[in-house]
Ligand binder design. Structure first.
Ligand code: NAD
Ligand code: IPM
Ligand code: MN
Length: 364
């Protein structure tokens, strides 16, 4: 039987709660579709700081490196916010993991299911008939990683420095990912920048225009990031694939998640160049965080984590039938009227994290 090695990193806050449900669904998928997952759990984030003294233990990196894919929860939270910034879970674990495995292509599919239009804060008339956008976010460059970065004093006053920097080749490779994705969808690509102010934006736009010549079947348009943030709520159906640099993609993908109904529904795949026997090595995680406001209450929406597991089956393991079946199972449970608190509305049945996971596993 085909066996895959998966590193499972639940992390902090709601991470372990939603990860348990993804594992429940994966266990059903294994039986039903005839493959085996050798899951190895490893500590990451705040829990690793507490137990191992650092957010990303070598052991965890080793387990990830020996796996076909990483299934990741979320890291961070109030408990670790008073540590020095570069020791905190986000900067000491998640960003280094993305960089270590060169996971430059972050795919975030924001889809509003037909029965969930009421969960969106956007007027139903604007998303009726479907909101379905793929955010392609550059993940290993820009302000997140640019040097110099740090804090110092000038004339006794604290100064902070972050550097936005992109090489042309970094823009080219993510643009190819976005154009190829658009070819498999509605063939429409919106590239985001701030070319009216930032040198990075000028290079971004020129490079994307150059790459566009190789994809004549894709319609390309450019939007400044501020206008894009506005258009996403004014005319959400006007988008198909959205290409953005690291920080702009971070911000806009949260907005897209909400237009689609909830951050708790938005999965992600972070892919690099490393091939596995059955696809591309990647890290798969919900786009949202550890949700400290609801952690420990058993009410978090596990769907983003479950759909991230489906993306893992699709991109790293090439188990397409199983991935599609998990997507379909999620849809069926939503159609049946089950809702966690974040997507609940009158006339639907409010359930907790576990019940939602069990229902999806049963539907599968
Ligand atoms: P967040 O994404 O954790 O939460 C924002 C809001 O969305 C909260 O109201 C939360 O309850 C809600 N939400 C998020 N996921 C949900 C789910 N599955 N079900 C229901 N509601 C959900 O963002 P934040 O509050 O700004 O950050 C909290 C912590 O998480 C911070 O430490 C932050 O750095 C970290 N974070 C980690 C990741 C990651 O590990 N990938 C991503 C984002 C934020
Ligand atoms: C995300 C998160 C991370 C990011 C943080 C936690 C570092 O917000 O994955 O969207 O900004 O990339
Ligand atoms: Mn984010």
């Amino acid at each position: 039987m085909k066996t895959f090695k998966i590193a499972v990193l639940p992390g902090d806050g709601i991470g372990p709660e939603v990860m348990a449900e993804a594992r429940r669904v994966l266990a059903v998928a294994e039986k039903k579709f005839g493959f085996q997952l050798a899951l190895t759990e490893a500590r990451v984030g705040g829990i690793a700081i507490d137990v191992d003294g650092k957010a990303l233990p070598e052991e965890t990196v080793r387990i990830c490196g020996e796996s076909d894919a990483i299934l990741f929860g979320s890291v961070g939270g109030p408990k670790w916010e008073s540590l020095p910034p570069n020791e905190q879970p986000e900067r000491a674990a998640l960003l280094p993991l993305r960089k270590h495995f060169a996971l430059f292509a972050n795919l975030r599919p924001a889809v509003c299911f037909p029965k969930l239009t009421h969960a969106s804060p956007v007027k139903e008339s604007l998303i009726e008939g479907g909101f379905d956008v793929l955010c392609v976010r550059e993940l290993t460059g820009g302000l997140y990683f640019g040097q110099p970065k740090g804090r110092h004093e000038e004339n006794g006053e604290p100064v902070a420095v972050d550097t936005m920097i992109y090489k042309k080749s970094e823009i080219e490779r993510i643009a190819h990912v976005a154009f190829k994705a658009a070819q498999g969808r509605k063939k429409k690509l919106t590239s985001i920048d701030k070319a009216n102010v930032l040198e990075n934006g000028v290079l971004w736009r020129a490079t994307v225009n150059e790459i566009a010549k190789q994809y004549p079947d894709v319609t390309l348009n450019h939007l400044y990031v501020d206008n894009a943030a506005m258009q996403l709520v004014k005319n959400p159906r006007g988008f198909d694939v959205v290409l953005a640099e690291n920080l702009f993609g971070d911000i806009l993908s949260d907005e897209m998640a909400m237009v689609a109904g909830s951050l708790g529904m938005l999965p992600s795949a972070s892919l690099g160049l490393k091939e596995t026997p059955t696809g591309r090595f990647g890290l798969f995680e919900p786009s949202g965080g550890t949700a400290p406001d609801i952690a420990g209450k058993g009410i978090a929406n596990p769907i983003a984590q479950i759909l991230s597991a489906a993306m893992m089956l699709r991109y790293s393991l090439s188990e397409h039938v199983a991935a599609d079946a998990i997507d379909a199972a999620v849809r069926r449970v939503i159609d049946d009227g089950l809702r966690t608190g974040d997507i609940w509305s009158e006339g639907t049945r409010r359930v907790g994290t576990t019940e939602m996971g069990e229902a999806i596993a049963a539907a599968l």
